[in-house]
Design a protein around this ligand. Sequence first.
Ligand code: FAD
Length: 393
Amino acid sequence: MSQTYDVIIIGAGAAGLMCAIEAGKRGRRVWLIDHMAKIAEKIRISGGGRCNFTNLHAQPQYYLSQNPHFCKSALKQYTPQDFIARVRHHGIAFHEKKLGQLFCDGSSKQIIDMLLTEAREAGVKLETATRVHEITAIAGGYQVKTNQGEQTCRSLVIATGGLSIPKIGATNFGYETAKKFGLNVIRPRAGLVPLTFGGTLLERCKALSGLSVEAEVRYGKQVFAEGLLFTHRGLSGPSILQISSYWQEGGALIIDLAPGIDVFMHCKEKKRSQPKQHVNNRLTEILPKRLALSICDDQACDGPLGSLSDQKLANLARAINEWQVWPTGTEGYRTAEVTVGGVDTRALSSQTMEAKQCPGLFFIGEVVDVTGHLGGFNFQWAWSSGHVAGQAV
Ligand code: FAD
């Protein structure tokens, strides 16, 4: 039976656009649809408006998934260097900010324009404000009923992303579609998200709101040494966002607020050499003043170093080098950068992203249970998974 399109792609974000371009370049008739009037909004707001579009070190160890091997094939088939070549070809200037993170010198709009130009050149039919009412498996493909009419295709690609930032278009459509076709979904949860606290710790966070320090945050075997920010709701900053993707409810984090400094040994040595120095003054040489005062206050540690017992100094040092905190939760999808979990990779081919039990049905991008660390890894997954599906549809 002949279908109206070779490929229908639902979701015109990073992964959907990449897949559409590649399929179009292969001569496929592609219908790319999105329910929002404005597409690629996540690209627009990403990286503080400069889009951290990839990471030079995008390797499988920087991704979370129930199957950590799943992302290998796609990341190998379409690498950060491949995307960089594309960006260069379009004359988009970029720079490495830190840790292999590549950002546009100008604006993230340049990446959107690049993708839209390529999609147009590849003959992709892009339609916005298009709502899907129903998907049905038919002989040799799928039928998609929308508010813009009914179309059929041989290959159907679900690229509707995760649940973060609902106000710019996130829905659970991808997960519901997966379930409808019998695919398992790993419970989605907010990732790369600020953590919230209660009680006196929340009061301390509020009082310190806006203050940031370099910190080492540990949860189980995971350690991230980056900035930490106190907020009105709790803790944020890159180190907290990173650990949030691993954190499970009820778990404690161990935070070193002065990495590389053994605060106990430091204070003990000063107690011997400068016993009259006030403990507050000593700590403000290690930590920002507001934070130092807050910790001394919390530990009821006051007076000249010489007047403080070693036990008192040890407790103080522990509150700095091994600060143990129990988050009460996360800020949730309202502010999360990604969704951890998603379509179970065991149901998909790692080479093509096609559902093993449903020929012609593909899942790409964030809707799949593959979540990158902060720093360009998530877009690289969107490009790589979109690219391999685009070669297979
Ligand atoms: P999306 O880009 O989310 O695209 C999904 C598309 O599907 C959307 O256009 C949506 O409107 C559409 N859609 C949803 N439901 C339906 C439906 N029912 N019917 C039709 N269409 C639907 N990652 C990085 O690597 N670097 C960064 O700098 C970065 N910064 C970020 C900043 C913020 C604030 C956020 C929220 C995320 C950031 N990310 C970043 C993560 C990155 O944006 C996502 O991982 C990536 O966009 C996922 O691509 P995707 O195509 O799978 O999904």
